[in-house]
Design a protein around this ligand. Structure first.
Ligand SMILES: [Zn+2]
Length: 45
């Protein structure tokens, strides 16, 4: 699991990673903004 921070609303959320995260996108569960996982991950959750 990875910990992500939304660049729009700055809430933290977990992301289930399987394989490479390069180019993967995640939709924020709080505000619905879609962002790049590889750019906004904080570390292991
Ligand atoms: Zn958000």
């Amino acid at each position: 699991m990875l910990l992500l921070r939304c660049p729009k609303c700055h809430n933290k959320m977990k992301y289930q990673s399987s394989g490479s995260i390069a180019g993967k996108r995640k939709r924020c569960v709080y505000c619905g903004h879609s962002f790049l996982v590889s750019k906004w991950f904080l570390g292991p959750a």
